[in-house]
Write a new protein. Structure first.
Length: 349
């Protein structure tokens, strides 16, 4: 099916007529193809850079029907590309073959070293197995692997020398490394090891931010997930871990803003259910003090570019578009109400 849309593209703010022919975009103001959308603001598909479809929580069983449903919920919110940094099981092959589901970049199974993460949730390995396992998961996924670099302040972080060896081995095969890091030591080790992305970044030492910017390590703070858990955590009995968690959450918006101000790329990721709530993460990035265009880009053009897809809307690019009646940079609330969603050249809405 060939059709066209017309409007203002973001982030470049150009008035364009875009012809969708299969999975590709073409800029053609003279085309006589059917016009299905006239006016409005056209964005590259939204992105959730940290989501775990297929299970609702660590107490839930990974299930293919849930996976399909969760990915559909993302799509219906305009999220047309997701990165899944860690799952209980590797992504099934059918995920990449479904034209009506978002594009998925996966990181294989969580790599869990002693003293970290939820019991029996992920690929539990010893330190001596970490490097080989990271290479294996990277090769078996979309080129990513994910290691739980730390857990609670009373648990050991993965040692810097081992994490550095692991990152080097994965980079040597063209892969990329995502690290769960929330303690000060875990963040320190992940950054100095040269990880490609830091997930969460609670208790991040601000002195690390310049190095992150210099080496291209991104931050995915997942503010929404912490905000959802904050009231429940405050109601728990006072413990070292509870107080550490709460202080980390209270300081995380400042970490996100400081990272942006230091030149670190900050991306939007929701982490936990509900799925398709990327607009809430954009709202939290705005509350943290990121400029509106930066916060939206963190869930669209910036994230797509970082994940290897064109960040702008251009000739020959993938036909993944979300169209809105109002300019989302002026009114971010409109992001929750897409007028049109086009995925791989197929009209979803």
């Amino acid at each position: 099916m060939v059709f066209k849309v017309r409007g203002t593209t973001l982030p470049d703010r150009e008035q364009r007529t875009l012809v969708i022919d299969g999975d590709r975009l073409h800029v053609d103001d003279a085309s006589d193809a059917e016009l299905i959308s006239d006016g409005g603001w056209i964005l590259p598909g939204l992105v959730d850079a940290h989501t775990h479809p297929g299970a609702v929580s660590h107490e839930d069983t990974f299930d293919h029907d849930k996976l399909r449903r969760h990915l559909t919920e993302h799509r219906d919110a305009g999220v047309l590309l997701v990165r899944t940094p860690g799952t209980v099981e590797r992504m099934p092959d059918w995920v990449d073959e479904e034209p009506d589901l978002p594009r998925v970049q996966s990181a294989g199974r969580w790599l869990v070293t002693p003293g970290t993460f939820y019991p029996d949730y992920g690929r539990e390995i010893g330190y001596d197995e970490l490097v080989a396992a990271a290479v294996e998961e990277s090769q078996a996924s979309s080129g990513w692997c994910k290691v739980i670099g730390d857990w609670r302040p009373i648990d050991p972080a993965v040692p810097l020398d081992l994490l550095t060896e692991m990152v080097s081995a994965v980079h040597a095969i063209g892969g990329r490394v995502s690290v769960h890091a929330a303690t000060a030591e875990g963040c320190h080790n992940a950054v100095l090891a040269g990880a490609d992305s830091i997930e969460h970044g609670m208790h991040m030492d601000p002195s690390l931010l310049d190095r992150m910017a210099e080496q291209g390590t991104v931050l995915v703070p997942t503010l929404t997930a912490f905000a959802q858990a904050a009231d429940h955590t405050r109601a728990q009995p006072q413990t070292v871990v509870r107080d550490w968690w709460l202080s980390g959450w209270e300081g995380l918006p400042l970490v996100a803003r400081s990272a942006h101000e230091a030149g670190v790329t900050v991306l939007a990721g929701t982490d936990s259910a509900p799925f398709g709530n990327i607009t809430q993460e954009i709202d939290w990035l705005l509350k943290a003090g990121l400029p509106t265009e930066v916060a939206i880009g963190a869930a669209s053009w910036t994230a797509r570019d970082w994940l290897g897809l064109p960040g702008d809307i251009s000739e020959g690019g993938p036909a993944d578009l979300v169209i809105y009646d109002e300019d989302p940079v002026v009114n971010p609330g409109v992001l929750a109400h897409p007028k049109r969603i086009i995925l791989r050249g197929r009209i979803i809405v």
